[in-house]
Design a protein around this ligand. Sequence first.
Ligand code: GRG
Length: 305
Amino acid sequence: MLDKTTKNLLITEINKFLPEDSQNKLISAVRYVLLAPAKHIRPFLVVASSQVFNVEVERVISIAVAVECVHAYSLIHDDLPCMDNSNTRRGQLSCHKRFDKATAVLAGDALLTLAFEILSSLNEDSNKRCEIIKALSQAIGAKGMVGGQILDIKTALHVIQHPDYLDPESSVVNEHTRQLCNKNRTLESCAKITPDSKVKEIHLMKTAKLFAASCEIGAIIGSATDKQRRALYNYGVNLGLIFQAKDDIRDYKQDEVNNLMSMLSKSEIENYIDSLFKQALDNLGGLSGDTNYLYNLLNQVKRDG
Ligand code: GRG
């Protein structure tokens, strides 16, 4: 997503904060994930949103690194056996597989901490620094990414381990769960849940709020008006929801739990994506600066995920 020059700037900045230290296992683990090939959508959003206000990329590149640190931490922790239990990430072994579980937990912790060290040390006025830290904290805490993750895990556990909470006729349940559910409970005793709204809420918290905060941070640095800031935030939400819906379509064969494809038809998901796309276009339409990068990204995500 990032152009070559900006990507090089990002990598140079990462190396500045985290120089190679092959004797240090923790730093090696952090660099292993942070420098692995990635799309860098969130750093891109910071840079592109600030460009709407003609902010030079050099001024926001360390913020872009901080946001990528947060994202990398979430991936490392998400891959752990107690979460998504994934052996690979970014085309290589996941952090706990390449190193070990304790190192992976601590590498995530170190990345999250570094993000806030970077942001609190920005060469910006203290008001802006605090606003940026607040926006990011709100996006990734209990009401954002971490909250979305626990909701995801809890719902997944309900589906797998507690079929008594589910309606066996509901399209949210896969065949395995349906069998469990039918075995253990009668239809009458199963509570109804509304599946797609729950999953959309998980998408919002787990993914879209960090997209939105990345855009909002660009607006803060650019001294945007409240209206401009809201427009960029909402653009980020809509983009993040499209990104996740596309990911659900792509990922369905690997993971049916909490996946929109388990509860909506392909055309219903496409309509949902179209409506998010239109809202995101509206969000950009209200901005007078250069929105080309954001517009192109929106099209790219809608097309390719
Ligand atoms: C463990 C605190 C904690 C949070 C985990 C965001 C998240 C919450 C987990 C990511 C899990 C995941 C695979 C979600 C699907 C969509 C997604 C966010 C994919 C990874 O993001 P990309 O595609 O990855 O931007 P790259 O590697 O390009 O940065």
